[in-house]
Ligand binder design. Structure first.
Ligand SMILES: [Cu+2]
Length: 309
């Protein structure tokens, strides 16, 4: 996203607010002084602007245990049970992942989402709302540390996760109040079907779920959907159907010529096709997991899977 001049003005005024915050509360003159039309450049900032003064906290010297002195939790489940805002099932996150720091939930004492599940080499970005006072982001095992707590709206911090593992993190001043979270880095997205997980591991529109079409009369898969750096994806990349179902693959006409060729089975759509509206269908009479590719784009992740129940 290109920073517009509006954005730059916003950042400057946020900078002023940040300096004011060092002395104590974010005063009404600080965070809220900017014209509302300027803060509209950022929806979240606008959302927070009205409440910033209500949530301010005295800026005393830090009285909290540094994360470095804590031990990573033995059980992530127990750890997350104390995380404000936690409750949803953990969803696999897209390659660009943002966590809001200071979500209105629980008076700004939440990360949103508090937990993300990602693959290695994913960048996680934390963005401060400025809501509720100084915040930071520090992992208990020392992997990442955003520095000293800061109340400045639109502060950003990011970390590229390369190693699989579970990374519990806190905002140090509010740890005891439940402002905690976790990043789970996993080598395989867990659909419960290991073949599918491994096959689709590098497919960028695969979110770790198998689309359930077991009740569909005529399940379809789009060929040339957005993904893998262009229109080089099947959508959904993984589909579950009932035994006997006929799946129809439908070409969008985008992304050049594609085909559908199954591994370990003598099934395929034949010659590559680029035409919008082209279709290929196949009936699946035996339960099992069927993996397939588009041959021209296999190398960039144009792969799919069919699970027949
Ligand atoms: Cu293709």
């Amino acid at each position: 996203m290109e920073p517009s001049s509006t954005r730059r003005r916003l950042l400057r005024s946020a900078g002023v607010a940040g300096v004011a915050a060092l002395g104590g509360c974010v005063s009404g003159r600080g965070a809220d002084s900017s014209d509302p039309t300027e803060t509209a450049a950022d929806g979240a900032a606008t959302e927070q602007a009205g409440t910033a003064t209500d949530q301010c906290e005295p800026s005393t010297e830090a009285e909290y245990t540094p994360a470095a002195e804590l031990s990573p939790p033995e059980s992530l489940e127990e750890w997350l049970a104390d995380a404000n805002g936690y409750g949803e099932p953990i969803r696999a996150a897209p390659p660009e992942t943002e966590i809001v720091v200071g979500h209105p939930t629980d008076g700004g004492l939440a990360f949103d989402p508090p937990v993300v599940k990602i693959r290695p080499y994913t960048t996680v970005r934390w963005r401060w709302t400025g809501h509720g006072g100084p915040r930071n982001v520090v992992s208990l095992d020392g992997t990442f540390d955003s520095g000293r707590p800061n109340a400045q709206k639109n502060t950003g911090y990011h970390y590229v996760f390369t190693e699989p593992g579970e990374y519990a993190f806190v905002s140090e001043p509010q740890r005891e109040e439940g402002m905690i979270g976790a990043v789970i880095v996993t080598n395989t997205l867990d659909t419960g079907n290991e073949d599918v997980d491994q096959w689709l591991y590098e497919v960028d529109n695969f979110d770790g779920t198998i689309a359930d079409r077991t009740d569909a009369d005529a399940p379809t898969v789009t060929v040339g959907a957005e993904g893998n750096g262009g229109n080089f994806a099947f959508d959904p990349p993984a589909i579950r159907v009932s035994t006997g179902a006929t799946i129809t693959w439908e070409w969008t006409g985008e992304g050049g010529a594609h085909d559908v060729v199954f591994e370990d089975a003598d099934v395929g759509s034949g010659d590559v096709v680029a035409d919008a509206g082209a279709t290929f269908e196949h009936a699946f009479d035996e339960p099992g997991t069927y993996l397939y590719v588009c041959r021209p784009h296999e190398g960039i992740g144009m792969k799919g899977a069919v699970v027949v129940e």
